[in-house]
Write a protein of this length. Structure first.
Length: 115
């Protein structure tokens, strides 16, 4: 079996495992299916960064005294963003959301969880 045929078989297997085979058309190549998966992973990273930015924008007013309770809203949003970033191939979105989580958690601990 040639190397190119092995590569196509491996990509077909990856597409089947990841669910891309469900949308696989008879004439469609495995490379196209793999490129679709790559785009999906890139989009997850971008979505994670956008969610992290929203969480950070909500965390900024929560740093004002007596508004620390807002971090209880920020934490779940940033956790969802970190989860999406963990699903992507890049670590940027996940790491950004983890930084937002740490900032919100420190602010919550300084205010006793309420202030």
């Amino acid at each position: 079996m040639s190397n190119s045929l092995k590569a196509i078989c491996i990509l077909e297997l990856i597409g089947f495992i990841s669910g891309c085979a469900a949308s696989h058309q008879p004439g469609q190549s495995a490379l196209r299916c793999a490129s679709v998966l790559s785009i999906q992973h890139t989009m997850l990273n971008i979505l994670s960064i956008i969610i992290g930015i929203v969480a950070l924008l909500l965390a900024i007013p929560s740093a004002i005294p007596f508004l620390g309770w807002g971090n209880w809203i920020v934490l779940p949003i940033a956790i969802v963003g970190a989860g999406l970033g963990a699903l992507s191939r890049s670590n940027q979105g996940r790491n950004f959301c983890l930084v937002v989580i740490v900032i919100a958690a420190i602010r919550l601990s300084l205010g006793g969880g309420i202030l």
